[in-house]
Design a protein around this ligand. Structure first.
Ligand SMILES: NC(=O)c1ccc[n+]([C@@H]2O[C@H](COP(=O)([O-])OP(=O)(O)OC[C@H]3O[C@@H](n4cnc5c(N)ncnc54)[C@H](OP(=O)(O)O)[C@@H]3O)[C@@H](O)[C@H]2O)c1
Length: 228
């Protein structure tokens, strides 16, 4: 069976993705920051291997890639993310928070993708998916929430992965960007439109149907392509 690696898999959408891939027989490399008390990820049935990884620690990313050097990864999902500033507006920007958002939401997905490219590309290629957001789309998203750190860091990861997709195309690695929907998680809040199970089911379906033709593009969990 194939192997999927998921960052930020201890709660929210990442946990649901881990649960579902494990249920369908995949080997799941589930990474999370806190391996001392990882929570429900440790009790999922199936072949789930939990590893500690703070994606903002790029040395730790490299170390994990070395530790897993012999592992073929069919699908890597950059899921970990932070939503620091909620509608704070330009007068209240917290620079440290903005920098952290860029480190976690923009730089880390590319650093993880780069470190694990060899694991994904071996044996004929594979896929790297990154969970972004419709809030990054200038064409589609209403500018009515002034969440500068979140929206700019997700817009930037879209561009990073759009460029990365072309760079790694010769290695037969498809690079997909995802909007998971507005999801009932700690980040999305209880009033969100869909639950994490529905989001993860949609994401799996989108990724299952995606290939090199979809590489470098942004899709919602329901399969709709989102313009930049
Ligand atoms: N929920 C929504 O409506 C929504 C909408 C659009 C996009 N998204 C995106 O979907 C993804 C998952 O979000 P979610 O709703 O599941 O959020 P969540 O419930 O807040 O979970 C976020 C996950 O990211 C992890 N994380 C944060 N910083 C990390 C770091 N430095 N290293 C490793 N893991 C880190 C968290 O780990 P800890 O427990 O250690 O903090 C947690 O596992 C994010 O990229 C988010 O931006 C969500």
């Amino acid at each position: 069976m194939p192997t999927v690696m998921i960052t930020g898999s201890n709660r929210g959408i990442g946990l649901q993705l881990a649960r579902q891939y494990a249920h369908y027989g995949w080997t799941v490399i589930a990474t999370c920051r806190n391996t001392i008390s990882p929570g429900p990820i440790a009790t999922i049935e199936g072949d789930v291997r939990v590893y500690g990884l703070d994606v903002a620690d790029f040395h730790a990313v490299e170390r994990l890639a070395e530790d897993l050097a012999d592992t073929k990864i069919d699908l890597l999902i950059n899921n970990a993310g932070v939503y620091g500033d909620r509608n704070t507006g330009h007068r209240n920007i917290d620079i440290a928070d903005w920098e952290k958002s860029f480190r976690v939401n923009t730089m880390a997905p590319l650093m993880v993708a780069s470190a694990f490219l060899g694991h994904v590309s071996r044996d004929g290629g594979g896929m790297i998916a990154t969970v972004s957001s419709v809030l990054a789309s200038i064409a589609e998203s209403s500018p009515n929430s002034a969440s500068y750190a979140y929206r700019t860091s997700k817009a930037a990861v879209n561009m990073a992965m759009h460029v990365f997709a072309e760079e790694v195309r010769p290695e037969n690695v498809a690079v997909i960007l995802l909007h998971p929907g507005w999801v009932q998680t700690d980040m999305g809040g209880p009033s969100a439109a869909i639950d994490a199970q529905t989001s993860a089911e949609g994401i799996r379906k989108v990724l299952d149907g995606a290939g090199m033709a979809e590489s470098g593009r942004l899709f919602a969990y329901d399969g709709r392509e989102i313009p930049w």
